[in-house]
Design a protein around this ligand. Structure first.
Ligand code: UD1
Length: 429
């Protein structure tokens, strides 16, 4: 199993191209189930999760053609995917597939909407909390499907098709919003989704659905009004830049000191994290190329942060912020409000010398003078990248085991950081 070795202490200088967003790419790929025509996605990142979902969709009958990079293509531009679900050959998403990637549960809405039936495995356990799917089921049921749970499977049926409805979510869920939105795009009549997730990736999917022929109002707000279409058509859509990757590299620069241009990054997708970095004393400049992040000599000030749904501070940057605050001058408070158990990186950061005290959903991070390299274990996607950040800031060698988590969500991380002067390499097993 691959490992990543980091020798800490180098400043980061140069340019990092930001890839297309993983969390938009996955639901956009799933949206291909809604039409017989070809959906073309540009700026698709090269990630293990994307490949896995391609296989899962292939099982349902989606034909995926990938146009790779050609000479002359801009670095970081991403791949182009042509997804065609001419015929859905199987409406079953088996446990072996869904358990590999939770987001594949989101095929439920599109499959019932197009085929009138779907049998999708419950995603099962997950390393970051219980992560139920009750709101997904509530939404699909509201749209008129009968739902049964049998042997770990959700069996949904709507032989006469789905019908528009009012869906009012009790809390904000990105996945349930995607599922409801995609299903509503092929439902008869109007659907109103209240308390919808406002994450930019939801907006990206909504904009793609509009290109495919759905009428959607309120994109970017917490109330989405969808006028479903009888048939959706193909479209061409460019995936928006990854705000989590952007924030992660910004924190890596902040942790090591340095000066890096994050090419293609969009500041409007992560205003809150950028404000937190500014409050910590990091220089952030928005330019027409992207975002420039610099910390030259100045110490890091501690911060007080709570994770929240968008536009608040994202839970997907919580672990990275914790690594950064481990070397700040003073004590930071970080509260996780979205997921239970999303503090598994704490004990690994402690192996590098971080001083973090947990009290329920609050972590108090007392900055230390310096971290020291160690052997650590990646536990999930965002946790593993926090260990890379800590390793870059630490003195000596850090080896991160189980990096397959990293490959699920970060494109060519060692190459992107290595080009900016980080001493980082992949050790293949
Ligand atoms: C998505 C993101 C993930 C991010 C998360 C929160 C993708 C592929 N994944 O995950 O990176 O960390 O949003 O921003 O986009 N919940 C319920 N019932 C449900 C569904 C969710 O109680 O039916 C709860 C969850 O347990 C959690 C909260 O709602 O506490 C938010 O989860 P949700 O927004 O659904 O996360 P995902 O869509 O799985």
């Amino acid at each position: 199993m691959d490992r990543i070795r980091v020798i800490g202490g180098s400043r980061l200088e140069g340019t990092i191209p930001i890839s297309g967003a993983k969390n938009a790419t996955l639901p956009l790929m799933i949206a291909s189930l809604l039409t017989q025509d070809t959906l073309t996605l540009k700026n698709v990142p090269q990630l293990a999760d994307v490949i896995t979902l391609g296989r899962i969709l292939g099982n349902h009958g989606v034909d995926l053609a990938i146009a790779g990079k050609r000479p002359g293509d801009v670095q970081g531009q991403g791949q182009t995917f042509h997804l065609t679900a001419r015929d859905i050959v199987d409406t079953v998403a088996p446990y072996e597939m869904v358990s590999r990637m939770r987001a594949s549960f989101w095929v439920l809405g599109p499959l019932v909407a197009r085929m009138g039936e779907a049998k999708v495995s419950l995603p099962g356990g997950c390393a970051i909390g219980t992560r139920p799917v009750d709101m997904h089921l509530e939404a699909i049921r509201a749209l008129g499907a009968d739902i049964d749970l049998e042997d770990g499977y959700v069996i949904a049926s709507a032989p006469k098709g789905l019908k528009g409805a009012r869906i009012s979510f009790s809390k904000v869920s990105v996945g349930a919003t995607h599922n409801a939105l995609m299903a509503a795009a092929l439902a008869k009549g109007e659907t109103v989704i209240e308390n919808a997730a406002r994450e930019p990736e939801v907006g990206d999917v909504a904009e793609c659905l509009v290109k495919m022929g759905a009428k959607i109002e309120g994109i970017g707000s917490s109330v989405l009004t969808v006028e479903g279409a009888d048939v959706l058509s193909g479209a061409e859509h460019t995936v928006l830049p990854d705000r989590i990757e952007t924030g992660t590299y910004a924190m890596a620069v902040a942790a090591t000191g340095g000066d890096v241009m994050l090419d293609n990054a969009r500041a409007d997708l992560l205003e809150e994290p950028l404000d937190v970095l500014r409050a910590a004393g990091v220089e952030i400049t928005e330019t027409n190329r992207g975002i420039r992040v610099a910390r030259n000599g100045a110490g890091l000030k501690p911060v007080k942060v709570e994770t929240e749904p968008f536009p608040g501070f994202p839970t997907d940057l919580q672990a990275q912020l914790m690594a950064l605050m481990s070397v700040a001058d003073g004590t930071s408070t970080i509260r996780e409000t979205i997921f239970e158990n999303r503090f598994m990186h704490v004990q690994e950061l402690a192996r590098l010398g971080a001083d973090i005290a947990l009290d329920g959903d609050v972590a108090r991070v007392s900055g230390v003078k310096g971290l020291r390299g160690a052997q650590v274990m990646a536990t999930d996607l965002r946790a593993s990248v926090s260990l890379v950040i800590a390793g870059l800031a630490a003195e000596g060698e850090t080896v991160i085991n189980r990096v397959y988590h990293l490959d699920r969500g970060f494109e060519r991380i060692e190459e992107k950081l290595g080009r900016c002067g980080a001493r980082i390499e992949r050790l293949s097993a």
